[in-house]
Design a protein around this ligand. Structure first.
Ligand code: PLP
Length: 283
């Protein structure tokens, strides 16, 4: 695989980052993930907008211009012949002798790579997933997409060990989000419910796209937080993310959702999303 590292395209085994990189030492870095389907980047403008917001929130300068970012993505896709998978971008504050206080004027380290992966029509999308409920132990600025992900790493490992596919995290009696996804439920009166954006969750790009699709297709929408009990009583549930699109949730904790199979509204949103993603691609 050819990766990108600070201005150079190189075989992955030749890419090098200093052990004094602050991303490595402090998690002082941000990242983005864009899906590639049929050789095309999905919702990439939303992802690059969020990358700029994450960098601004941490006062890390853009490592290259937005146009160069897009060129790097295109070049990585071409060199790796990526038709389906993801492109990962990471920008750290840069390297300096280890000190919590960072000096001004560091040069960011910018790396990017592709991962070939089947994203559409996966078993999870066809059959749905189970999620456990777990306390949200992360820091308070979850709206910034930082590489500091230990909360999610440990929660997801525990969920797997306990026989679940993933987790929904809970704070103050309300679901925040999935370990790497936005949580949605559908109520008995067919309303699509998801938490409003705030510092408590990452503002999902796929969430944004799905909310737009709800509007386009006349689905009723409530942006409000919901409790684990309300989620377990919902008629349908699903998660969204760049790499999982719209994925049904068929069990929350020890409770089956609906009849324990993906529901009809979730199915519709799945196909609206894929249609929109593939929209302008010739067959
Ligand atoms: N919430 C968290 C914590 C995430 O890590 C992610 C994606 O990785 C999402 C939500 C979904 O965001 P997006 O739809 O932009 O991929």
């Amino acid at each position: 695989r050819i990766v990108y590292c600070n201005g150079v395209f190189t075989p992955e085994e030749d890419a090098r980052i200093s052990i004094f990189d602050r991303g490595f030492l402090f998690g002082d870095a941000i990242y983005e993930v864009t899906a590639v389907l049929a050789g095309r980047l999905i919702d990439n403008d939303l992802h690059l907008d969020r990358l700029e917001r994450s960098l601004a929130a941490l006062s890390i300068p853009m490592p290259v211009s937005r146009a160069e970012l897009e060129q790097i993505q295109a070049e990585l896709m071409a060199r790796n012949e990526l038709a389906e998978g993801i492109i990962y971008l990471q920008v750290s504050r840069g390297e300096a002798d280890r000190d919590f206080l960072y000096p001004e004027g560091l040069k960011p380290n910018f790396v990017a790579f592709t991962q070939a992966k089947k994203l559409a029509d996966t078993p999870a999308q066809r059959n749905g997933i189970s999620v456990d409920l777990t306390e949200d132990l992360r820091w308070a600025r979850r709206d910034i997409k930082t590489a500091m992900l230990l909360g999610q790493v440990l929660a997801k490992r525990q969920a797997r060990t306990d026989g679940y596919d993933d987790v929904w995290m809970v704070q103050d009696g309300l679901v925040t989000e999935g370990s790497s996804s936005t949580a949605f439920i559908i109520t008995a009166d067919n309303r699509v419910v998801t938490r409003p954006n705030s510092r408590s969750t990452l503002p999902g790009c796929t969430r944004h796209a799905v909310l737009r699709l709800c509007q386009t297709h006349g689905l009723r929408l409530d942006e409000r937080a919901f409790s684990p009990a309300e989620a377990q009583a919902a008629v349908e549930a699903f998660v969204t993310s760049a790499s999982s699109f719209v994925t049904p949730v068929v069990r929350i904790g020890d409770v089956a959702i609906g009849d324990g199979r993906p529901g009809p509204l979730t199915r519709r949103l799945q196909s609206y999303y894929i249609e929109a993603a593939l929209g302008s691609v010739p067959a």
